[in-house]
Design a protein around this ligand. Structure first.
Ligand code: URA
Length: 417
């Protein structure tokens, strides 16, 4: 078997066997297959697709490319994952809620990918928060306080780690077989028993249409069930950014404010109720999603979820005084208002444009070695459907570079009619 033959087969729209997929994943992970050969195969998969059997085989090969975490001593773990979005701070809000309801949370998250943000970048904007703990410490944290959120350990699905970084720089992210295998390989390796996946759909997601989101949901559910991990996918809208804040520190502040019960954007309420309700049913905490939704909101209102967040930050070395007083977070140098040009109703806040411009401001990476600027991004005062008047402030651009701020303000991210 050799990689040239495998590339040629996929180039010619033929089905790859389990042995060929295993060979590719094994030899790419150990460095025998080069990035340029892997790029050719990934591009062929991107263009010609894979059938369900190929996707399942790719997932299992990637899941077994490194360690499989054994979390059985923690009891039943219900994991949560998002296929990516703009302003998506749901993990920061939902996981402390779930832990505050007595369900153990042991979650490994990723960094930003393309124009989408990542939970680990967000958590690292809290001074001192350590995302890079050992597996032993991760398990100990969950035993002690019921929750730990950390980055992917080095040896968890290393094939996905390499392919994820490669796809990002060769424009091969938004592919159903590649996303399904990337997510499910990590979930299988991360040791969860049951999984709830937020399949985002719209301009700021990798799946732009409902049809594609449904296809992705269907294949991930069937891979999960095949791997003996009950999997529920919830399709959520990503045409406008989630909530009001986009950018790492800005999103942490929004998540903290929501857990402090200061305000609750309607879209975030719907997403945490839907995902959380499903998680509580899987955990057998409630018999139906509606009862689960009530508990989710109750534990924000009674302050238990906020206390759990404080405990999490403290326990992972973070300076929790920043959570108690979010004014302590360093601000960007330029905070420039976005002014409405007319009276009317907001018909669009383009999540893709906002995500790309946030990356341009420094919130994401252009190359995988880049460091990010946690302070920059957007805060909107309005959502789609709100009425605005001419000259009203619709939101703010947070930038550290004046020229970049000017450029971003010239882009029409908000449409009013
Ligand atoms: N999230 C992942 O973990 N992988 C993808 O490919 C896309 C989103």
């Amino acid at each position: 078997m050799n990689i040239q033959e495998i590339i040629a087969k996929k180039r010619d729209k033929k089905e790859l066997s389990k042995e060929e997929i295993d060979y590719f994943v094994r030899e790419y992970t150990n460095g025998s297959i080069t990035d340029y050969q892997a790029s050719a195969l990934v591009m062929a998969i991107y263009i010609n697709g894979m059938n369900d059997m190929e996707i399942t085989n790719l997932t299992l090969a990637m899941a077994h490319s490194g360690d499989i975490l054994d979390l059985s001593e923690l009891g039943e773990i219900i994991d949560k994952h998002s296929t990516g979005g703009v302003g998506d701070k749901i993990t920061l809000i939902l996981m402390p809620i779930i832990a505050s309801l007595g369900i153990p949370v042991a979650k490994m998250s990723g960094r930003g990918l393309g124009f989408t943000g990542g939970t680990i970048d967000k958590l690292e904007s809290i001074p001192g928060y350590n995302t890079n703990i050992t597996t032993e410490k991760f398990i100990e944290n969950v035993k002690n306080i019921g929750i730990s959120l950390m980055g992917q350990t080095l040896n968890l699905a290393p094939a996905d780690k390499k392919l994820y970084a490669l796809r990002d720089v060769i424009s091969c992210v938004d592919s159903i077989p590649l996303i399904a295998s990337s997510i499910m390989s990590k979930k299988i390796a991360a040791g969860a028993n049951k999984i709830v996946i937020d399949v985002t759909c719209g301009s700021g997601a990798f799946m732009k249409t409902r049809e594609d989101a449904e296809k992705l949901a269907q294949i991930m559910t069937s891979i999960g069930n095949l791997a003996n991990k009950e999997t529920v996918c919830v399709i959520t809208n990503m045409d406008e950014p989630v909530g009001y804040a986009v950018g790492n520190t800005l999103e942490v502040i929004e998540a903290v404010d929501i857990l402090k019960n200061k305000y609750m954007p309607e879209d975030i309420k719907n997403i945490i109720e839907e995902l959380g309700g499903n998680m509580l049913v899987l955990a057998k905490k409630v018999n139906n999603i509606e009862d689960g939704k009530k508990l989710i909101i109750e534990n924000i209102k009674n302050g238990k979820a906020y206390s759990k967040l404080l405990e999490l930050v403290k326990n992972q070395g973070g300076d929790f005084s920043y959570i108690e007083d979010t004014n302590k977070f360093e601000k960007a140098k330029f905070i420039c208002p976005i002014i409405s040009k007319q009276n009317g109703k907001i018909t669009r806040i383009d999540a893709l444009k906002v995500g790309e411009l946030s990356c341009y401001l420094g919130a994401g990476r252009q190359k995988k070695e880049d460091s990010i600027n946690p302070k920059v991004g957007f805060i909107f005062n309005k959502k789609v459907g709100d009425i605005v008047e001419k000259d009203e402030v619709i939101g703010y651009v947070h930038a550290d570079d004046e020229d970049k701020a000017k450029y971003v303000l010239e882009q029409d991210v908000v449409e009013t009619k």
